[in-house]
Design a protein around this ligand. Structure first.
Ligand code: AMP
Ligand code: TRP
Length: 337
């Protein structure tokens, strides 16, 4: 038995924010040392809602640069672009044909996103979770580190693998696909919006003040935190359901300062907002500074970044091709002679 395989990805839609980092990417970095790790930029997912063709390639590259800047090490992890490995689209089609439509219609994220698209909902948006299942199943991933919001999609990937592929086309002794498990860390799994403690920090919120992106300059970070929604009470605490903003900001401070929840709660128990906010701003700026420096270095020398993605593509393709072939065979397709 080798090391457990891990796969995850983020869409290249706009700048990554603290939720993406604390909820997902930060965990990836820790996993590199004792897992066999694959991380992709899921650009095929990014076109499930209307997109700007002038930006897609650039956003894909900058997202990859941010992965590396956050600490993904190409010596340890396979870092690649989803659309550059054709097997993702192919397995998605094969899975489409065995996935019941009503499994997709009940996906919470689909319903939320479809609502925002009005009458311009693409088939791709409905199909989004099947493509995600293909991403995961193509690599025989054991574990998928994601934020809380992706749990339902992970369940779907498991159901497709187990009930639709293995049960129909495999046997107990020789399953066709590995059934993956979600990996959701509690702390940071749900970073909330700065302007509404009851909705999650999101790339698609039209209000930029609702999120801090990993590339925001220090003045902007300070400004956004200064404007962040609070409540009239003094003193910060965790777990008060009437104070979601307080819970979120204190949680961010605990993570970004590296102090942990207990010490942060103790330190801020009697603080007013005027004292706390500059403290949080300072911790955020300090946590993001090294990421921003490394990001700039990667963008200044594209050749290194491009080499990482070329190499990642080759390694990913080798695994993905073999696996899609196994699924094809199990479903009874004629093999090329
Ligand atoms: P997305 O920005 O939707 O492409 O999400 C990419 C990854 O970041 C996924 O693993 C999400 O679960 C995670 N993520 C996105 N927003 C948040 C958030 N506000 N809090 C925690 N994790 C998040
Ligand atoms: N749907 C995921 C998100 O929004 C992104 C994603 C696509 C993904 N394919 C994946 C995450 C495979 C983990 C594994 O966050």
């Amino acid at each position: 038995m080798g090391r457990p395989r891990v796969l995850s990805g983020v869409q290249p839609t706009g700048a990554l924010h603290l939720g993406n980092w604390l909820g997902a990417i930060r965990n990836w970095v820790d996993l590199q040392n004792d897992h066999d790790t694959f991380f992709c930029v899921v650009d095929l997912h990014a076109v499930t809602v209307p997109h700007d063709p002038q930006r897609l390639a650039h956003d894909t590259l900058t997202t990859a640069a941010l992965y590396l800047a956050c600490g993904l090490d190409p010596e340890k992890s396979t870092v690649f672009v989803q659309s550059q490995v054709a097997a993702h689209s192919e397995l998605c089609w094969l899975l489409n044909c065995i996935t019941p439509l009503n499994w997709l219609e009940r996906m919470i994220q689909f319903k939320e996103k479809a609502l925002k698209q009005g009458d311009n909902v693409s088939v791709g948006l409905l199909d989004y979770p099947v493509l995600m299942a293909a991403d995961i199943l193509l690599y025989d991933a054991d574990l998928v580190p994601v934020g809380e919001d992706q749990k339902q999609h992970l369940e779907l990937a498991r159901d497709i693998a187990q009930q639709r592929i293995n049960a129909r086309f495999g046997s107990e002794e020789t399953p066709v696909l590995k059934v993956p498990k979600p990996m959701i860390l509690k702390e940071g799994a749900r970073v909330m919006s700065l302007t509404d403690g009851r909705s999650k920090m999101s790339k698609s919120d039209p209000n930029e003040g609702s999120r801090i992106t990993l590339l925001d300059p220090p003045e902007l970070i300070t400004k956004k935190i200064k404007k962040a929604k609070t409540d009239p009470e003094r003193g910060l605490e965790f777990g008060n359901p009437d104070r979601p903003e307080t819970d979120n900001l204190l949680g961010l401070y605990a993570l970004l300062s590296g102090k942990g929840r207990e010490a942060a709660a103790q330190e801020c128990a009697d603080m007013g907002w005027g004292q706390f906010k500059p403290l949080l701003a300072e911790a955020t700026v300090a946590a993001l500074e090294p990421i921003q420096q490394r990001y700039k270095a990667f963008m200044d020398d594209r050749s290194q970044l491009e080499a990482v993605l070329r190499n990642g593509r080759e390694r990913a393709s080798a695994v993905a091709e073999a696996n899609v072939q196994r699924v094809r065979r199990s479903m009874g397709f004629l093999s090329p002679s």
